[in-house]
Every structure is written in C-alpha cells, then in structure tokens.
Design a protein around this ligand. Sequence first.
Ligand code: HEM
Ligand code: HEM
Ligand code: FE2
Length: 484
Amino acid sequence: MSIGENNLQGLNGGQRLAVKYFVVALALFGAQLLFGLLAGLQYLKPDLLYGVLDFSVNRMVHINAMVVWMLYGFIGSVYWLLEDESGTNVVGLKLGNLAFWVLTAAVGVVVLVYLFVQIGPGTDTTLWLINEGREYIEAPRWADIGIVACVLIFFFNVAATFMKGRWSGIAGVLVLDLVALAGLYLAGMFYTTNVSVDQYWWWWVIHLWVEATWEVLVGCIMAWGLIQTLGAKRRIVQTWLYIEVALMFGSGILGLGHHYFWIGTPEYWLTIGGFFSALEPVPLVAMVVHAVYDAGSHGFRSSNHPALAWLIAHAFGNFFGAGVWGFMHTLPQINLYTHGTQWSASHGHLAFFGAYATINIAVFYIAVQGARGGVWMSAHLPGNGWKWKWALALLNVGVVGMTVALLIAGYEQSFVERAIEGSTWAGYFAGQNHPWFLQAMHWRMIFGWVTLLGFALLVWDLFTIGAGETREARDVHPGEAATA
Ligand code: HEM
Ligand code: HEM
Ligand SMILES: [Fe+2]
C-alpha cells in the first residue's frame, strides 16, 4: 500500500467499516458541541429561541449526540482491531455494513423528530414515535428496538469472528463485556408508571454503562492501544486488564447505590452506595499507574504520538473526571447538599470527556495512520505537529475550564441554596441569582468556545495529518510480525 495517501482499500474489511463509524462519530461530536453551546447561551439569555428550540430540546440533543457518537466510536474501535486481534476476516461484514446504514438512518430520523416534533402528549404514541423521556436514552421505542437489533449484529460479528479465528485475553474480556453492555440497555426499555421504579431501572443503564461496562470496554481498547502504539508486552497489559476489570466490577456494580439515595429506595442504599462508590476510584488509579508504567518502560518511544498523548489524557481524565470529581460528591452526607446542582454537571463534563472522548480520539488517530498506509506519526512531524498539539491543548483546557466554572457554581448552589437557605423555593432563586453563579455561566461559555476551537482544529488535523508523508511508521514491535 502506498505511503502518505488515502488508501482505504489497503485496510482490512473491519477497518473500512470502522472508518464509516468514525466519520459519523466525528459529525455527531460536532453536533454535540453546537447544541451544548446553544443550551449554554440559553442560561445567559433565557429568551433565546424560546418556543422554537427550547433549552430542554437542546440539552437533550447535546447529551444524546454524545452518547451516540461515543457508541459509534466504540463500535468502530472494535471493528478496527477485530481482524488483527482474531487473525481472520470479519464473519458477517455485509451484515455489519447493513447494520451501519440502518443505524445511521435511524439516528438521522430520531434527530429530525427531536428537532421538529419535539414533544407530544403523555401517551403511548409519544413513547413509540417521539421521545421516551428518559435522560440520555430518550430515543423513541421504535428506535430502541432498531438499536438493539444493530447492536446484536455487531455482537454476533465480534463473537463469531473471534470464534473462527483466535481468542486472546483482550478478546475474552471484550466479548463478555459486550454481553453485559447490550443486556443492560434492555433495562431502560420497559415502562412503568411509578417514577421511583422507573428511575431504579433507568440507572441500571446509565450508571452500569459508564461506571462498569464502558469502563471495561475502554480498558480493552487501552490494552490494545498500548500494544499498538508502544509495543507493550501483551502478557503485561492483559494481567493489568484482569486486575482492573475485577476491581471495576467489584466497586462499580454496587456503586450504583449512589443514585439510590433520594429516589424512594430503601435506606440501606445510603450505606451500600456510599461505601462501594467510594471505592470506585481505586481501579482508575490502577489504570493511570498502568498507562504511565507502560509508556515509561518504553521511554515514550511510540509509533503514534498523537494517539499516545490522547491515551495518557484518557488515563488522567478518567481518574480525575470519574474518580476524583465523582468521589467528591458520592458520600450521602455530601450528596445531600450537592445533588442535582451544577456540581453534577461539572463531574458529568469532566468524566465523559476525560474517560470516553479522549480514548475515542486516540483510536481516530490510530485509524488515520492506518488509512494513510501506516505513515510516520512520531516526533518531527511537519510544523512540529502543531495542529494535533494545539487541538489536544485547547480541547482539554476548554473542558477543564468549563468543569471548574461549573464546580464553582455548584459549590455556591450547595452553600447558598441548600446549607444556608435550607433548600427552600426562595433559596433556589437566591442560589441561581448569586453573582458567583452568574459569572460561572459566563466562564462556562468562554471555555465552551475554546472547546469548539479545539474540536475544529482536531477535525482539520485528522483530515490532513500524514498526507504526503513518506516515512514509514516507527516500528515498535522489533522482531515480531507487524500487526497493523
Ligand atoms: C467515566 C465514568 C463516569 C461518568 C461518565 C459519569 C457521569 C455522570 C453524570 C453525567 C452524572 C449526572 C447524571 C444525571 O444526569 O443525573 C453523574 C452523577 C453522579 N456520579 Fe458519575 N460518572 C462516572 C463515574 C463516577 C464515579 C467513579 C463516581 C464515584 C466515585 C461517580 C459519582 C457520581 C454521583 C454521586 C452522581 C450523582 C450526582 C447527583 O447526586 O446529582 N461517578 N455521573
Ligand atoms: C462546547 C462546549 C459545551 C457546552 C457549552 C456545554 C453545555 C452544556 C449545558 C448547558 C448542559 C445542560 C446543563 C444543565 O442541565 O444545567 C450540558 C449538559 C451536559 N454536557 Fe455539555 N457542554 C459542552 C461540551 C460538552 C462535552 C465536550 C461533554 C462531554 C464529552 C459534555 C457532556 C455533558 C453532559 C454529560 C451533560 C449532562 C450533565 C448532567 O446531567 O448533569 N458537554 N452541557
Ligand atoms: Fe454512578
């Protein structure tokens, strides 16, 4: 395959399918940011687009686009590594392609309905055709069923391909994790009229996804990514992976209790949720140690500098966003004051970005390198690689800046509205109108624009890096057969 030119034909079938997923993921990432900015502007100017595109709609599109682009990124990542890892062709590639188009068409229709129909009466028709009303997974029932069908095809492809080819430790963990991930989605699909019961099951999807199954999934991608970009030893990364998975499930599953403090569930959840979720940062520390250990033991000699930088950003972002920012408000004694304030939004932004946006971007860079025929992406890139470095810096500074602004707002809300005013109606408005809150909302916007700028640079870089490069990628697997 020729070096430095776009050469999708040189990729294997799974990788070509992955590229499609990545392109849609990037488009939805852009949409996420635009709708986030709109929702943020509406905090400052509540009249903006009122009655046309309300805050509730923009917020919904913002977070749904996020969940979907990350799922696209993950599915793409697994297809990207599938043939190399299994040593054989994807079993049902045609079916996989069909599922991609069906899923993408469904996502398109859902977004159009969100934007143009928006709401309906509280009936079954609304539930089936417009919106299910469950935060993050608002997609109407027909789309739910379509999503499940497409995910099952994906799962079949992954499991059957490993069965036909060879299994590895990473493959085993990955397949078991996908069973859990797909299964949990079902918990968010049935409807009850009791809000407590509804929330009880809904959290099975939301919490058990991001704090158990997605974490294990990115653990697999990280393990594979370290082998790819650093030439890390498989024996070592797999051992780490097993330890991390055990710790993650050990703390994350019952950590679910931190969402059962105040929704009408029995009181024992205060103890269970507080205790187990306080342990959740432990595997995240292990992941940082793992990544830094591996990068260090190879003297940071990597075949793909942008990807390695984003993998390291993932290790730290996961630890701070999920581990530290999560821990801050996870004890019931503290959550009593912080629950549902901007504190949660602060944690939500840093955790989703730090844990999941980062690792997806790392795989995008690995894919670009492959799509250009395996070009050099280590030191001494043209222009000293300023685009990827600035994209990395601006995106991280943007999100951290928003996080800090929201944390200040959340701190102020907990203090003024909850602690001083005792959670009264008047206290709510005192909290909302406090100068610290108002200023924080402006700072969130400023850093939001920085984030957008970083994203624009990222897209530009992904479409240009490696073009015209004639050097081959640094070999990080000396003595072994090249794998990608
Ligand atoms: C990557 C992993 C994680 C992600 C993506 C994440 C994301 C989020 C998001 C978006 C929310 C707000 C949910 C809502 O809309 O109500 C939330 C809430 C929460 N998270 Fe996390 N989280 C992660 C890990 C953690 C960890 C490890 C902990 C504890 C150590 C934690 C503790 C909490 C708590 C206590 C709440 C409830 C906040 C409230 O009472 O309003 N999270 N998380
Ligand atoms: C362009 C920058 C962004 C802006 C201006 C922005 C703005 C917003 C706004 C206004 C909300 C609604 C908050 C509320 O209900 O009070 C929100 C929610 C949320 N955003 Fe963003 N956002 C941006 C980027 C991001 C990124 C990069 C991520 C993660 C990858 C993200 C993840 C989330 C999550 C998880 C929520 C729900 C939080 C919760 O339920 O507490 N946002 N965002
Ligand atoms: Fe949680």
